[in-house]
Design a protein around this ligand. Sequence first.
Ligand SMILES: [Zn+2]
Length: 111
Amino acid sequence: MMILRLFCPKCAHAASKSLVDYAEIDVLSPMSRLSDTGKYEVVCDCGHRSAVVLQNLKFELLFEMGINAIVDGYPREAVSSFSAALERFYEFYWRVALAHLSVSDETIDAA
Ligand SMILES: [Zn+2]
């Protein structure tokens, strides 16, 4: 199970407007798998339910998970996260390169 550090936009808004003295905006969210769209549903300790979209590319998140696994003492999990991150990076490069060559999205997805 991966832990993503997401945030609650409602708590963050309240903290930015000084509506509360202190707000814990981080929401540690266990995920069985990463979202392909980057969209996640967050429920914070205050019970706010929000949708959060991460702009990080998938390989960045997987790489960070590999680092966390090393720090936490799980080298086997780190290797699989780094391996998945490298694979996603290759895919990212491939999609960018084909888009640069004006290959259509449909053809890229089909390949
Ligand atoms: Zn909240």
